[in-house]
Each structure stands twice: as structure tokens, then as C-alpha cells.
Design a protein around this ligand. Structure first.
Ligand code: NAI
Ligand code: MG
Length: 504
């Protein structure tokens, strides 16, 4: 991320002549001219369910609004699926599995998956704008991360489809059948790609439910399935709330279910499926530690910390929401961190200069505010840069808490917002102990000059992913998943494929 001074054509807000000072200027921030992304997101006024290759009205006739969290306006009406719709989706998937998809050779399935990847690339700008409008994330993230990474997952798994003999050398792999999937709102299209691509590569058919606040890009992807000629029923998309999700997870046809979302709902699903023979994978919450040792490159670490927690408004299960910094450099790191967040731009997600967009929903904003209030009440020291937030929409200032202790709620609970809790440590053992002292174990970051220390930390940290001198880096070849209450199963890489097949 370039620092402010590296950017061109900037001038101080206070010197902007003949114009009132813009609202969104934060702290020491310099003013840029607005630079909204202008691609047409090609939204429909109403989105139906995608079942058996066609868009169909929900049996209940009910629709709900998907709104733009940046300004609270309605973007589209979304169909609300009930149990009968979910049942129809499963029957279509079962039919497609037994008659077509399960029988196709891998090299034929690969052609469809490649086609989906290429069509998504063709429409990348349109999808990026739709994702930003519906979810609130900055356009530079949906444009440079979500959409290209979603396409990359389809490409990667298309490449596997005709090489499945190498998934588990010496064993034969077979698909599971029909799988049910429920995904959250933080990376709507990318989570869809993570879930669909491996399932399809292995020959499974799918019933999937996007999150209720972010269904639009899933239904736009359904248009791409039609354009790609994907056989009807191979992917079915049912939209709705938690009850629709429960129907997807509990359907008797589902041979396997995969869920990404809150630990709370993950536990409800696990309880409800206990005793059935369904396979399950769960990707749940996190409370990752980003650990900075005194010998770390401090300026780079500060960038990594900022990326770790403010990326996508902190709506990231593997967000580096706890900073563990070695005591001797704690004051320096904290000072640099405060300086850095003063120049983060909070505001219109469609503006190409925006760093922190809108919080996904009013409910999530309320959750963040509640936990931040708990942090203040429990005695942690709060820092937020000055500045004016947009009057409409759901926004939250980047927030850093210092003087945090391990018992504080802000050090233990997932906040899922742009809120960092800073703790200190003196020794390597203390860093490991504090980092692992959480119910979660999804990810961690280590910043140090010493390779041997990186290896030691990555062995001792109970986290599915450990980043070294970087943070929030993703690649389809690399498995992702958690320890403890962060869930089980892996997504991505060869390991992720193993969760969508049976071995003989
Ligand atoms: P959630 O877990 O309720 O929602 C995730 C998905 O599960 C949505 O598609 C939802 O419709 C569905 N769902 C809800 N209840 C269900 C049920 N009983 N059976 C099946 N599916 C169900 O998450 P929510 O309420 O949106 O966010 C609450 C908190 O969860 C956040 O504040 C955050 O801490 C955490 N979260 C973690 C995510 C992660 O990636 N690990 C993603 C989203 C939220
Ligand atoms: Mg929305």
C-alpha cells in the first residue's frame, strides 16, 4: 500500500480553494478529487432462485430487500426460499449428479469450470462494482482481490479436474454426491468460489445459500453458469435467512455440508447433524494474533498490522485483531500505527481512493459498537482518528485499543470490525502463550528478522495459517482452515479437495 506522500496530485484539504472542505477528510488527510468507479453493475430489480438451471420465483412468493450499506438504499429484491424451494433445489442437484455431472470425465468438467473462470474475468469490473454496492467493501479490494481471486479459484480447480488421480496418490477418488453449502457476507463471491470450485472439480453437485445481506453476486454468477452452458442442476442457489440455511444444512440428500460463518451458528448446525452420516466442514470465527518482535522491520510491520485488521473493514475471519508487540518497541509501534490510521480514508466504497468502506449491515455495526463500548468500560485506552463520517450508511472509524489485558472482551471475542486490540509481551514463550490463549485458531502473523524464530513460532502457534512478515495473503494452492473453535476441514490446495471426495 503506498504511503500518502507517494501518491501524486494531492493538496492539503485546508488549501482547497473556493470549495467547502469535503466531509470525509480525516485527521491529517489530504484531499483527493472523488474517483468513483463507473462500470455498470447490471443489477436486476428482482432476483429469483436459481434452481435446475433456471431462475424461478420462490414458492412463498416472498422477497426481501438487499440494500447498499454505504447509503441504505435498496439495490434489489431477493427471493426468500422456504423448505419446499430448498427441497426442489436438492432434487435438481440429485438428478444432475446421477444423470450428468457425476458421470462426466474430469476433463469435460474442467472445460465448464475454465469457462466460468474466463467469463468471470470478462465481467470483472461489473462484478466488482456489484460486490462493493451490495457488501460495502472498498472497490479497490473487490476489484483487485475478491473478483480476481474468485476467478483464480475456478482456474486452479479446473486444472485439478482431470488430474484427480494425484489428489491422493495410490488411492482412487470419487465424488460424494450432492453437497449443501452456506456462506457469509464478508467475501460473498470469493466464498462462493472457495465452496463451488473444489466441489465441482470432483464431480459433486451443489445447493448453496449466500448470506442474506449479500446475495447479488451469487445470482450474477448464476447468469455466468447459464452462459457457460453448465448442465442444469449442477449448481443451485437458494437465497434467504437462517431458516433457509438450516434447511440447506439439514436436507437428507446432502452427503456433505460445508459452512462458513459464526462459531455460534456452526455449533447449532453441528448439534443438529450429530448422529447423521453427513460429512461436515466448518470455517468459523477467529481472534488472530499478529505478533511483532523487536527485531522486526517496524515500518513494514505497521503496514501489515493495518492490512491485517482494516482490510475489508475487519470483516475477515482471519483478521489480525490482536496485536502482540514486544514491550521494548511497543511505544514506537503504537505511535506509528496511530499516525498511519490518521491517513486511512473512510467513506464511499465505490471511490477508488477509499481504504475503509461501509460496515456490512446495521446489525454488524451495532455489534461492533457494543464490543467497543465494552472495551472502554473495561478500562482499555481507545484511539480513533478525528474526522466526519458520512451521514447516511453504516460506517465505523478505524479503532486502536491499547492497555488491553487478556481478560478484556475485546481481546477474547470476535469483533469483526476495524478494531485492533494491542497487548504486549516480553519473551517468545509469553508471545506463544498469549497468542494461543484463545478459543479460536484460524490464523496468526509473525514479524521478525530471524528465520529460526519464524519456524519456531509457526510450529508452536495453534493456528491453521501462520503468515511470516506479511498478512492476509491468499492463494488457491494454499489450504486454509482452523484449529479449535475456528472449525475443521481445509479449503484450497490439495488438502481442500480431500474434503469433497471419498477415497477408495
Ligand atoms: P451467521 O453465522 O449468522 O451467518 C452466516 C451464514 O449462516 C448466513 O448465510 C446465514 O444466513 C446463515 N445462517 C444463520 N443461521 C443459520 C442456521 N441456523 N443454520 C444454517 N445457516 C444459518 O453470521 P452473522 O450473524 O451474519 O454474523 C455474526 C458474527 O459471526 C459476526 O459478528 C462475526 O463475528 C461472525 N462471522 C464470522 C464469519 C467468518 O467468516 N468466520 C463470517 C460472518 C460472520
Ligand atoms: Mg446488501
Amino acid at each position: 500500500m503506498p504511503t500518502l506522500t507517494e501518491k501524486k496530485s494531492i493538496r492539503p484539504a485546508s488549501r482547497a480553494q473556493g470549495r467547502p472542505a469535503p466531509e470525509l477528510i480525516f485527521g491529517d488527510l489530504w484531499e483527493y478529487d472523488p474517483a468513483p468507479e463507473t462500470a455498470d453493475p447490471k443489477l436486476k430489480a428482482r432476483y429469483d432462485l436459481f434452481i435446475d438451471g433456471r431462475f424461478v420465483a420462490p414458492k412463498s412468493g416472498q422477497y426481501f430487500d438487499s440494500i447498499n450499506p454505504a447509503n441504505e438504499t435498496r439495490l434489489a429484491k431477493i427471493a426468500q426460499a422456504n423448505a419446499a424451494d430448498v427441497d426442489a433445489a436438492y432434487r435438481a442437484a440429485q438428478n444432475a449428479y446421477t444423470k450428468v455431472w457425476g458421470k462426466l470425465p474430469g476433463r469435460e468438467r474442467a472445460k465448464y469450470i475454465y469457462r466460468i473462470a474466463r467469463l468471470l474475468q470478462d465481467r470483472a469490473r461489473e462484478f466488482a462494482v456489484a460486490e462493493t454496492l451490495d457488501g460495502g467493501k472498498p472497490i479497490k479490494e473487490s476489484r483487485d482481490f475478491d473478483v480476481p481471486m474468485a476467478a483464480a479459484h475456478f482456474f486452479y480447480h479446473a486444472g485439478w479436474a482431470d488430474k484427480l488421480d494425484y489428489v491422493a496418490p495410490g488411492r482412487r477418488v470419487a465424488p460424494l454426491g450432492v453437497v449443501g453449502q452456506v456462506i457469509p457476507w464478508n467475501f460473498p463471491l470469493l466464498m462462493l468460489a472457495w465452496k463451488l470450485a473444489p466441489a465441482l472439480a470432483l464431480g459433486n453437485c451443489v445447493v448453496i445459500k449466500p448470506a442474506e445481506t449479500t446475495s447479488i453476486t451469487a445470482l450474477k454468477l448464476a447468469e455466468i453458469f447459464q452462459d457457460a452452458g453448465l448442465p442444469p442442476g449442477v449448481v443451485n442457489i437458494v437465497t434467504g435467512f437462517g431458516d433457509t440455511g438450516a434447511a440447506v444444512m439439514g436436507h437428507p440428500i446432502a452427503a456433505k455440508v460445508a459452512f462458513t460463518g459464526s462459531t455460534e451458528v456452526g455449533k447449532i448446525i453441528m448439534r443438529s447433524l450429530a448422529g447423521t452420516d453427513k460429512k461436515m466442514t466448518m470455517e468459523l470465527g477467529g481472534k488472530a494474533a499478529n505478533i511483532v518482535f523487536a527485531d522486526a522491520p517496524i515500518d513494514q510491520a505497521v503496514e501489515g498490522i493495518v492490512n491485517g485488521i482494516f482490510f475489508n473493514q475487519g470483516h475477515v475471519c482471519c483478521a489480525g485483531s490482536r496485536l502482540l508487540v514486544q514491550e521494548s518497541v511497543a511505544a514506537e509501534v503504537l505511535a506509528k500505527l496511530k499516525n498511519r490510521i490518521k491517513v486511512l480514508r473512510v467513506g464511499d466504497p465505490l471511490d477508488k481512493n477509499t481504504d475503509i468502506g461501509a460496515i456490512n449491515s446495521a446489525e454488524q455495526l451495532a455489534t461492533i459498537k457494543r464490543l467497543v463500548a465494552a472495551g472502554v468500560k473495561e478500562g482499555a485506552t481507545l484511539y480513533q482518528p478525528p474526522g466526519v463520517l458520512p451521514a447516511k450508511g453504516y460506517y465505523f472509524r478505524p479503532t486502536v485499543f491499547s492497555n488491553v489485558s487478556m481478560s478484556h472482551r475485546i481481546a477474547r471475542e470476535e469483533i469483526f470490525g476495524p478494531v485492533l486490540s494491542v497487548l504486549t509481551f516480553r519473551t517468545v514463550d509469553e508471545a506463544v502463550e498469549k497468542a494461543n490463549n484463545t478459543a479460536y485458531g484460524l490464523s496468526a502473523g509473525v514479524w521478525t528478522d530471524k528465520g529460526s524464530r519464524i519456524l519456531k513460532m509457526s510450529t508452536e502457534l495453534k493456528a491453521g495459517v501462520v503468515w511470516a512478515n506479511t498478512y492476509n495473503k491468499f492463494d488457491p494452492t494454499s489450504p486454509f482452515g482452523g484449529y479449535k473453535e475456528s472449525g475443521f476441514g481445509r479449503e484450497g490446495g490439495r488438502q481442500g479437495l480431500l474434503d469433497y471426495c471419498q477415497l477408495a
